[in-house]
Design a protein around this ligand. Structure first.
Ligand code: ATP
Length: 349
C-alpha cells in the first residue's frame, strides 16, 4: 500500500521535532529514514503508526487520510528495537496475537502462524517461550508477528540495534528478502549509514526535523544535495572554495577545473576512495604534496590521513592486494591527486 506524508509538523513545547515533512513511499518500496539521534525519525514513524497526532499536515495510507485514526485502525505492522514480545506467551501465541485481535478463526490462525514462522525460518519454535530464544530469534518472532496479518505497511524502528554485527547482517538480508517476497511497503529507521546503503530502495536523510534529500543509495552517496548529507553518509573530504573563471582553488592542490558551473562559493566533495596516492597521483589533473600522518589497516583496504603542504588534511582509502606492499608509511611525503570528474560540487548558500 502506498504511503504519503504531507507537511507534517510536530512540536513538543519549544522543540520542533518535525518541521514540515513531505514523503511518499511507493507500493512495495523499501524506504529508509536515516538521520542522527534527535533528528525526528521516531516521531515521524510514530506519526505514521498513529501514536502521535501531528500539529499540522496529514498522513495518507493507500490514498485514505488516516491522520486522526488510532493505531489499531491502521493497516500497519511494526517492529521496534525494544518492542518486547509478551514474555509469558509462547512464540506461537505471540505471533497469533494480531490475528486474535482481528477475530480471525482458530483454524485460519493456526495456518497463518505456521506460515509466518516458516517465513522467518522458525518453524518448530512455536511452543517455546521468548526467553528460550536468542535476541536475533526474538526479533524474527517480532517480525513474524508484524507481518502475520498481511499489513499494507511495515514499520521498522532500529530493529537490529541491540544485536551484534554478525547477527545484524544476517537479519538485514533476511528482512530484505522477506520484504521483497511479500512486496511489503516498508519504512525503516536507522542511524547506521551502512545499513541504510545495504537495505534501501531509497534513503531519506533527516536532520533537525527535516528531510534533506531523498534518493536511491548510490545517488545520495555520489551526489549529496547538502554538506550535511555528504558528511553523514559515508566518509568524505569537504573542501570549501570559490568557483571563479571555471576553476576552484583549494589550498595544497593545483586549481580544480570545473567548467560550465556558475561562479560563487562552493563545497567540493571528494570521497576517500577517489584520491590517488604516490605514483598513481603523478598523472592526476589536480595534484599536491602531503605527509602521511596516520594509516589504518582495514583488511581489504587501508585508510590514510594525509596533511597537505599548505592545505587541508585529507582522508584517502586505497584498496590492498596481498601481493603489493602498503601504499605508504606514517611520516612519508607523497603525491596526492584526483580527477575533477570525481569531484561533486555542492553550492554554498
Ligand atoms: P533517536 O535516533 O535518538 O531515537 P530520533 O531521530 O528518533 O532520535 P526523535 O525521538 O523523533 O528523534 O526526537 C526528535 C526531537 O523531539 C528530539 O529533540 C526529542 O528530544 C524531541 N521529542 C521527542 N518526543 C518527545 C516528547 N514526547 N516530549 C518532548 N520532546 C520530545
Amino acid at each position: 500500500m502506498e504511503l504519503s506524508v504531507q507537511g507534517i509538523v510536530r512540536r513538543f513545547g519549544n522543540v520542533t521535532a518535525l518541521g514540515g515533512v513531505d514523503l511518499d513511499v511507493a507500493e512495495g518500496e523499501f524506504l529508509t529514514i536515516l538521520g542522527p539521534s534527535g533528528s525526528g525519525k521516531t516521531t515521524l514513524l510514530k506519526t505514521v503508526a498513529g501514536f502521535e497526532i501531528p500539529d499540522e499536515g496529514a498522513v495518507f495510507l493507500g490514498g485514505e487520510d488516516v491522520t486522526l485514526a488510532p493505531p489499531r485502525k491502521r493497516d500497519v505492522g511494526m517492529v521496534f528495537q525494544n518492542y518486547a514480545l509478551f514474555p509469558h506467551m509462547t512464540v506461537a501465541r505471540n505471533v497469533a496475537f494480531p490475528l486474535e485481535m482481528r477475530g480471525v478463526r482458530r483454524e485460519e490462525i493456526r495456518r497463518r502462524v505456521e506460515e509466518a514462522l516458516r517465513l522467518v525460518e522458525l518453524q518448530g519454535f512455536g511452543e517455546r517461550l521468548p526467553r528460550q530464544l536468542s535476541g536475533g530469534q526474538q526479533q524474527r518472532v517480532a517480525l513474524a508477528r508484524a507481518v502475520v496479518f498481511g499489513p499494507g505497511l511495515l514499520l521498522l524502528d532500529e530493529p537490529f540495534g541491540a544485536l551484534d554485527r554478525k547477527l545484524r547482517e544476517g537479519l538485514q538480508l533476511e528482512v530484505r528478502r522477506l520484504q521483497r517476497r511479500l512486496r511489503l511497503t516498508t519504512l525503516f529507521i536507522t542511524h547506521d549509514q551502512e545499513e541504510a546503503l545495504i537495505m534501501s530502495d531509497r534513503i531519506a536523510v533527516m536532520d533537525r526535523g527535516r528531510i534533506e534529500q531523498v534518493g536511491p543509495p548510490a545517488e545520495v552517496y555520489a551526489r549529496p544535495a547538502t554538506r550535511f548529507v555528504a558528511d553523514f553518509l559515508g566518509e568524505s573530504n569537504l573542501l570549501d572554495g570559490v568557483l571563479a573563471d571555471g576553476a576552484v582553488r583549494i589550498g595544497g592542490f593545483t586549481p580544480v577545473p570545473l567548467p560550465g558551473l556558475p561562479p560563487g562559493p562552493v563545497t567540493l566533495l571528494l570521497r576517500p576512495e577517489a584520491l590517488r596516492l604516490a605514483e598513481a597521483a603523478e598523472a592526476a589533473p589536480c595534484r599536491g604534496r602531503g605527509r602521511v600522518i596516520e594509516t589504518v589497516f582495514l583488511g581489504l583496504s587501508v585508510k590514510l590521513r594525509v596533511q597537505m603542504e599548505d592545505g587541508p588534511e585529507m582522508l584517502a582509502r586505497v584498496p590492498l592486494r596481498p601481493s603489493l606492499p602498503p601504499p605508504a608509511q606514517d611520516g612519508e611525503w607523497l603525491a596526492v591527486g584526483f580527477a575533477p570528474e570525481d569531484v561533486h560540487v555542492i553550492p554554498r548558500g
